[in-house]
Every structure is written in structure tokens, then in C-alpha cells.
Design a protein around this ligand. Structure first.
Ligand code: EPZ
Length: 415
């Protein structure tokens, strides 16, 4: 699983080029399965979740040309339905989108036993109910979905916000017969990005990014060229790296419009935000911890919850971090305790008491964003730290050791 060795205590300064959005990439890659012909995707992040998505597409018969680490061409003319590749499916959460894609294309799919970060239960009941709303039937004792006569447009109502469920419903509905209305849709930016791609293939999707999406089903979609949106979570991560090292990092191409809730939280801590051209920088010393609550977009993103916890840990006073999206997303805090984090945890609320600085330690990443948070503590700590299970982090952050080294960090990856 590899490890990072970090000699921290250095100010990070300079410019980092923000990658294409991981969560856009995995949704759009799976969505190519409902299109015909060639799709070219650029601004692709060079991360292992993308590699695993491409392996899944190849397994189903897609022909793939990796033009560069950030550009891929996919042809779907020879795809065929097959038994789920369990070993690949378990590696990523986005494999759940195969439900919508395979049902749309072949009228049948086994229920994917998707993977993804371990935040407690991650059911797909709302995904399945969306497919049933569109005419699919559960078969084989609930282990597969079938719709041999093809999906039919309908109203899909989500009882609570689900990003993946919304994505799955869009992928399933774009070629369903008739009109689909998705009610209480998630509004995350990568849902808009997915809809931009599918509309460029001939789909007719309206309202993506709002909580009501209307889709007029089409008979055929043809692959297209698409440049991915930038990754707001990676940008937020590097902004936190700048603050915990009291440095100055410009995040070039950060999707500023999507990050307003995160920016206002940093300002509440006392940090300044400066936008110049297509870059954003934050600076601040002697920050004061405040209360943070994660919410569905456009609220504070749950994926930056571990990072704001690390910042709280070295800010003055006491702050709370309330996690409202996932049932247990604080696994990283116990690891951070090895580096000096002081916290109390009750239910889904972490109360953090600020310390002057982290101490070096050996910590194990428990998931993607939790691992990125451990790096933040190690960058702040003066001395040698090790971050084990580093491959979790490489799932979602491209070239992280190279980017951090260019900012002045002393970091090495050992396989
Ligand atoms: C997506 O996960 C992202 N993953 C996550 O990012 C992100 O944290 C999450 O959305 C919330 O923004 C990808 O886009 C690949 P949900 P997803 O469905 O789709 C419950 C990262 O670090 N739920 O919005 O799985 C669920 O358990 C990753 O990039 C059901 O109960 O999130 C959770 O409590 C981590 N039944 C809540 O809803 C369902 O059928 C929100 O989950 C589906 C979800």
C-alpha cells in the first residue's frame, strides 16, 4: 500500500496546477457506456480511480487509447454485457454507476458490490429505487436488475440527497423512452459536468445543478469531446496545506465559483482569500477555530471535512466539526491523535481543542481524504513523519508528492 515519508515544518510557497475533477472523471467515464462511437476526455486527473475505471470499461469491451496521462479516447462500438468483474468493482464507488449504464444499454445488470471509502454503511437502495421507477425489476433474489423492454421515463424522487443516485438516474434516463423528472436531485458540480458531457453527445438534460432535473430520453447518443471541470476538493486540500504551513500557495484553475462555502469557512477562521486571474490563494496566521457543519452542495463539502479538522487542530480555541452526510467519517482523527490532535467525539460531532503545532508521527491513512489530512499534519510537524497506506491518497490526488515537492515540501513516496 506504499507510504509517504515527510520531513515537515517547512513553509509551502508557489503555484500548484489543479487537476481535473476525480468525481467528474469517474462519472463521465462510466457514462460513455450509453454512447456510441468515440469519446475523447481531456483534463483527466492522473489518479488510480481513473485507472480502475478504464480497466472496467476495457473489461466490457471498450477500446481505449491513453493519449497522455490527462487525455483518453474511448470507443464503445464493441461493448458487450458480462458478469461483473468483482475485483475491479470493489475498488471504487463509481462502479455503482454501471447499474444505470448497463440497464440502459443491455436491459440487464447484476447489482455491483461497489467499493469506495469506508465511512460506515454506503447502501445503494436509492439507486435501485430510481432504476425501479424507470421500469427495472429486481431479479435473482435482489442480486440483479432487469428491464428487457427498455427503460421508460418517469418521476424519480430521492427521499434524501444522493450524489451517486442522481448520477445513476441521469445515466439511466438519457436513453429511456419518454421524459424523466428527478426530484430532490443532488447539486454537486460533477453532476453538471456529467450533464454537459451527455448533452454534447445528443442528450437533452435540463436543470443539472439544481434539485429538479428534466430529461427527454433519446434513441441514440454519439460520443463527443469533453474537457473535465477542475477539482474543487484538490484545490481546497492545497489551500489547507498552505495554511497549516503558514505558506503561500496559488491554486491555478481552482473552480472558484464552486468553493464559496469553503472560502467563507476559511474567512471565519480568520484567513484571507485572494483571487487573481485564474488562481486563488489563502493566507493566515493565529487562526481561530470555529464551528463547521458539512452539507450537500453548495454547503461545506464533506470531502474537505478531514482537512478542516487538521486546520482546527492548530487554530486557537475550540471548534466543532459536524458530519451530516456520512455515518462515520472521523476514522482519521484517531490517527491524527498520534500527531497530537486533541479532540472529543460524540455521534457525528468532533470537538477539537487547538494546539500550537503537530508533532511528527507514524500514521495510517484510513481513506482518501483522511489520508490527505494526515499529510497536512505531517507538513505542519517539525521532523520526520510516515503516512502508511499511502495508496488510498493516490486514488484521488495526482502527482501529490511532485506537486508538494515543487512547493517546498520534503516528501518521498516509498512503494
Ligand atoms: C459521492 O459519494 C462522492 N463520490 C463522495 O466523494 C462524496 O463524499 C459524496 O458523494 C458526498 O458528496 C463520488 O462522487 C465517486 P451519496 P456517494 O450517495 O455518491 C447515503 C471522495 O472523497 N445513501 O451522496 O456515495 C449514503 O450512505 C468521495 O471523492 C443511502 O443511504 O454519496 C450517505 O450517507 C468520498 N442510500 C449519503 O446518502 C443510497 O442509495 C450521501 O451519499 C445512496 C446514498
Amino acid at each position: 500500500m506504499g507510504k509517504y515519508i515527510i520531513n515537515g515544518g517547512k513553509k509551502l510557497c508557489g503555484t500548484v496546477d489543479i487537476q481535473g475533477s476525480k468525481n467528474s472523471a469517474v462519472a463521465i467515464l462510466i457514462a460513455t457506456l450509453v454512447t456510441d462511437g468515440d469519446t475523447v476526455i481531456s483534463n483527466l486527473p492522473d489518479i488510480t480511480d481513473v485507472d480502475n475505471c478504464l480497466k472496467i470499461l476495457s473489461y466490457y469491451g471498450c477500446r481505449i487509447w491513453r493519449e497522455s496521462p490527462t487525455c483518453v479516447k474511448i470507443n464503445t462500438d464493441d461493448i458487450r454485457n458480462r458478469a461483473m468483474p468483482c475485483n475491479l468493482i470493489k475498488k471504487i464507488r463509481a462502479s455503482s454507476y454501471l447499474m444505470g449504464a448497463l440497464l440502459s444499454r443491455f436491459g440487464y445488470c447484476e447489482l455491483p458490490e461497489s467499493g469506495g471509502c469506508n465511512f460506515g454503511a454506503r447502501p445503494v437502495d436509492m439507486h435501485i429505487n430510481a432504476m425501479i421507477s424507470l421500469g427495472a425489476t429486481l431479479r435473482s433474489g435482489g442480486k440483479s436488475l432487469e428491464c428487457r423492454s427498455g427503460l421508460t421515463g418517469n418521476t424519480v424522487v430521492f427521499p434524501s440527497k444522493t450524489v451517486g443516485g442522481t448520477i445513476n438516474a441521469i445515466i439511466a434516463a438519457v436513453k429511456a423512452k419518454g421524459t424523466t423528472v428527478i426530484v430532490n436531485a443532488a447539486r454537486e458540480p460533477h453532476i453538471k459536468d456529467l450533464s454537459l458531457y451527455l448533452n454534447s453527445c445528443g442528450a437533452e438534460i435540463y436543470g443539472a445543478g439544481s434539485d429538479r432535473i428534466v430529461i427527454y430520453g433519446k434513441n441514440k447518443l454519439t460520443g463527443s469531446l469533453h474537457t473535465l471541470d477542475y477539482d474543487m476538493i484538490e484545490a481546497g486540500t492545497y489551500m489547507i496545506y498552505g495554511l497549516v504551513t503558514e505558506g503561500k500557495i496559488y491554486c491555478r484553475n481552482a473552480p472558484i465559483g464552486e468553493m464559496q462555502s469553503f472560502f467563507s469557512t476559511l474567512k471565519n477562521f480568520g484567513a484571507s482569500i485572494t483571487v487573481c486571474n485564474s488562481s486563488v490563494k489563502t493566507e493566515g496566521k493565529h487562526l481561530k477555530a470555529c464551528d463547521v457543519i458539512t452539507e450537500p452542495f453548495p454547503g461545506f463539502p464533506t470531502d474537505l471535512q478531514p482537512l478542516i479538522t487538521v486546520l482546527s487542530g492548530v487554530s486557537e480555541g475550540q471548534g466543532t466539526i459536524s458530519e451530516t452526510i456520512f455515518s462515520s467519517r472521523f476514522g482519521y482523527a484517531t490517527e491524527l491523535q498520534k500527531s497530537g490532535l486533541r479532540f472529543d467525539l460524540s455521534e457525528r460531532k468532533l470537538t477539537v481543542t487547538g494546539i500550537s503545532g503537530y508533532r511528527p508521527g507514524v500514521m495510517s491513512a484510513t481513506d482518501l481524504r483522511g489520508g490527505a489530512a494526515l499529510i497536512a499534519a505531517a507538513l505542519n510537524a517539525g521532523g520526520r513523519s510516515e503516512i502508511l497506506n499511502a495508496d488510498y491518497i493516490r486514488r484521488g490526488y495526482s502527482d501529490i508528492e511532485k506537486k508538494l515537492s515543487q512547493l517546498g515540501a520534503d516528501i518521498e513516496y516509498q512503494p
